[in-house]
Design a protein around this ligand. Structure first.
Ligand SMILES: [Zn+2]
Length: 323
């Protein structure tokens, strides 16, 4: 009873208009989604499992709910692919987009948001206190729910961006970025037309760098960090001081796959990952990467801030260039 009243109230506040940090998204949905993705029932979302199929289907239902469009040549939001010619399991990326405010002309470009939804499954060899499920709450259920919540925010506030925004949930990141490589090589979004790739990784834990901070991998690769620092200026958000970590991590997420794919095509795409969590105390790639360590209050604020930031990056007057 109480809960439904709060939901009603929040819905009312949101529907009354302006996009403010507190009103932008209810913690409830983010929490519920993350609890689902990182539940023991999802068995660590291993590639090739029944559970990752369930997650892919769930994501495509959500994409539909939030008004995303499907790409030409695909019947729905699922982008199927097989690995090493083995058709016994059809892997899936889940991709869709929000079209631009005005009709596209040929020079228009896409903002590509991405997050990987696979994780490492179950490994009894690495069990901690009898728990062998690698839930992957931070890595990377947190990135997936953030991406989805941005789609929800844009839909509920009827925001039409200057350039189209792609939502790409990748599988097989933990196997070396095979899902993002397939997406890039498929040409569904021509690499020449990617304005920027913002890839979300490990947004859920604040134990290392605290609240209201995040960092961008590959600080010097493009002018993106400068743009974000400018954007943060009148807010409570700061770029975390990570030493060498931010530059090191540039090589270890789906963004680097897009960078390489672009370079093979003779172009440079500013493709970076956004992190909140560090890697030192984050239980990364261990069964302890559990929901109980997620800072939902901060994650909710991250989503509100990133929603505004993505709208900004999608605007016509923001030019993002490789250095
Ligand atoms: Zn991982």
């Amino acid at each position: 009873m109480k809960k439904s009243f709060i939901i009603m109230l929040v819905t009312l506040l949101i529907s009354q208009g302006a996009l403010s940090q507190q009103q932008i998204c209810t913690t409830d949905s983010i929490k519920n989604w993350l609890n689902f993705l990182a539940s023991d029932e999802m068995k660590g979302r291993a590639n090739g499992s029944e559970e990752i199929e369930t997650v892919a289907m769930w994501l495509s239902v959500k994409y539909k709910e939030y008004g995303l469009q499907t790409f030409a040549g695909l019947d729905n939001f699922i982008q199927p692919y097989i690995l090493d010619g083995d058709s016994s399991f059809v892997h899936k990326n889940v991709i869709g987009y929000i079209p631009a405010k005005e009709k596209q002309n040929n020079n228009d470009s896409f903002v590509v948001l991405s997050a990987h939804f696979d994780h490492l499954g179950i490994h009894s060899k690495y069990a901690v206190n009898g728990d062998s499920i690698f839930n992957g709450a931070n890595d990377n259920a947190s990135g997936v729910v953030a991406m989805l919540a941005i789609a929800k925010n844009l839909y509920e506030h009827n925001i039409k961006p200057d350039c189209p925004i792609v939502f790409a949930a990748f599988s097989n990141e933990e196997m070396g970025g095979l899902g993002s490589a397939y997406f890039c090589n498929s040409g569904v979004v021509p690499i020449q037309k990617m304005k920027v790739n913002v890839n979300f990784e490990m947004l859920g834990r604040t134990d290392e760098y605290g609240k209201n901070t995040f960092y961008i991998s590959g600080t010097k690769f493009s002018n993106l960090q400068d743009i974000v620092v400018d954007f943060n200026r009148d807010t409570s958000w700061k770029i975390a001081e990570t030493g060498d970590l931010a530059d090191m991590l540039f090589e270890y997420a789906d963004n680097i796959i897009l960078v390489k794919c672009a370079s093979e095509a003779g172009v440079c795409v500013p493709a970076h990952s956004f992190f909140v969590s560090g890697v030192r105390n984050s239980d990364m790639h261990r069964p302890n990467d559990e929901v109980e360590f997620i800072d939902f209050e901060n994650l909710n604020n991250v989503v509100a801030h990133f929603t505004q930031l993505i709208i900004h990056l999608a605007s016509k007057n923001v030019e993002i260039k490789c250095n």
